[in-house]
Structure formats: C-alpha cells, structure tokens
Design a protein around this ligand. Structure first.
Ligand SMILES: [Zn+2]
Length: 121
C-alpha cells in the first residue's frame, strides 16, 4: 500500500497530529470566533479567506491533493475490478492461483517474512 499510494501513506502518518490541528482550528473558529483573514496590500483591506481546513492541512503537511485524488481513483478502480473478479489479488491485482494465493506474496508489504533465528556461535 505504501509504495503504491505514497500520498495516502503521508496522510496516515500525520493523522494523529492533523486531528489535533483540526480540533484547534475548529476551536479558534467556533469558541474563540477567530477567523482567518488576508491583507490586501493594494486595497489596504482585510478579507476573509475561504479555504477548507483539509486543504490547508494538506498543504502544510506537503500532501499533493492531485496525487491524492489520483490514488483514490486508482483504489476505486482496483476495488471495482476486484468486485468483478474475486480471483484477483488485493495487493498486485493479478490472478490468484488455485489455492487462492498470489505470486506476489512475500514481495509486498503487509506480508512479513519470518526471520530465521540467528545461528549461535
Ligand atoms: Zn499479488
């Protein structure tokens, strides 16, 4: 998942912290009645900015919204294909063998190879 969907991986990694950020921004807006404004140098006025919290946080955490959307579309596409054919591997989307296993096993994350015990000296 991480290799195929790097933007989602970033999103997952920053999730606990970003949740706190969302709470903070909501608290500013709802409890403190503080809004985000921008100053227009030419007009010498402040104006409200209407950017969603999600968009701001994504930018702050270096997440590319376009790439994220592309990943979402890819996930959706794979899910649809899988629903059409339950014989496809969830990880690599190729055909499973007669035992319902896929060749990719062991080469993808989500499957951890058992470590051989260290040889004793
Ligand atoms: Zn596979």
């Amino acid at each position: 998942m991480a290799e195929q969907y790097p933007e989602h991986k970033k999103l997952e990694k920053m999730h606990p912290f970003s949740q706190q950020c969302v709470k903070f921004i909501d608290w500013l807006r709802d409890d403190k009645k503080i809004s985000l404004v921008k100053f227009d140098e030419e007009e010498k006025v402040y104006y409200y900015i209407h950017i969603s919290t999600d968009t701001l946080l994504a930018e702050f955490f270096g997440i590319d919204q376009n790439k994220l959307d592309a990943e979402k579309r890819m996930m959706l596409k794979l899910t649809r294909e899988m629903n059409k054919n339950p014989n496809l591997c969830r990880i690599c989307n190729s055909e499973k063998d007669a035992n319902g296993r896929c060749r990719c096993r062991g080469n993808n994350i989500g499957y951890v190879k058992k470590k051989r015990p260290e040889a004793r000296a």
